[in-house]
Design a protein around this ligand. Structure first.
Ligand SMILES: C[S@@+](CC[C@H](N)C(=O)[O-])C[C@H]1O[C@@H](n2cnc3c(N)ncnc32)[C@H](O)[C@@H]1O
Length: 210
């Protein structure tokens, strides 16, 4: 799966990338009442402009992404000095208040994200095959402290799984996240021409970890 994503980036097959901030982020982020200076973890971040929007709201951002192309393209879209360093097997590029960690999200350790207080997932859970999604939800819960709030923007297909993007049902979202998060659906869109309907969830990490 990792190799498939790297290949997609090398070949420029990134139809998931939006040329603007995701409207659901703009509509729903403020209502989460995340403290203004809270650092936001963005797993499987691609080169999403949502990270720029979050940083403009005053949040330091920590994005994690496998593909070096994504990180270089994100940086190239913006002006500002870039610093680069290595930590715990990740190549890190920092531009303004956005830090991009190039490497596998599942290798990120809690020690490296100790200041994170919020998270944002758009098309991250749905990028992962069924067997990996349980691991993703647990890993996310390990990385963020109790009380951390986040937004999940996900997809469900009327005919089930074909992914990526994978269809993740409401039942599965419930099973994946309720052990460690409270969750509330904030929005559900109509199916598009491909049969995918987007839904938006507000999450809050509960403790202790289960
Ligand atoms: C569907 S895209 C979504 C990207 C971004 N969230 C957005 O909204 O544009 C999923 C991204 O996850 C990255 N990815 C897949 N598996 C990963 C992993 N284990 N660790 C870090 N990034 C990963 C892929 O390279 C791809 O850029």
């Amino acid at each position: 799966m990792r190799e498939q994503w790297l290949k997609r980036w090398r070949e420029g097959r990134i139809g998931f990338h939006l040329a603007q901030t995701h409207p659901a982020l703009v509509r729903h982020w403020k209502a989460l009442k995340v403290p203004g200076r809270a650092k936001v973890l963005v797993p499987l971040c691609g080169k999403s402009l949502d990270m720029r929007w979050l940083s403009e709201q005053g949040h330091p951002v920590l994005g994690v992404e496998l593909a070096p192309e994504a990180i270089e393209q994100f940086i190239a879209q913006h002006s500002g000095e870039i610093s680069r360093y290595h930590q715990a097997g990740f190549h890190i590029a920092r531009q303004g208040s956005v830090e991009l960690w190039q490497g596998d999200f599942f290798h990120l350790h809690i020690r490296q994200v100790d200041e994170v207080e919020a998270f944002y997932d758009r098309a991250s859970l749905i990028a992962l095959p069924p067997a990996t999604r349980q691991r993703y939800a647990f890993h996310l819960a390990q990385l963020v402290p109790p009380g951390a709030k986040g937004l999940l923007v996900t997809l469900q297909h009327r005919d089930g799984d074909a992914g990526p993007p994978y269809s993740v049902s409401e039942k599965e979202i419930d099973e994946l996240f309720t052990p460690n998060f409270s969750l509330e659906k904030r929005e559900e869109g109509a199916a598009d021409e491909r049969g995918f309907a987007e839904s938006v969830w507000a999450l809050e990490r509960r403790g202790p970890l289960i």
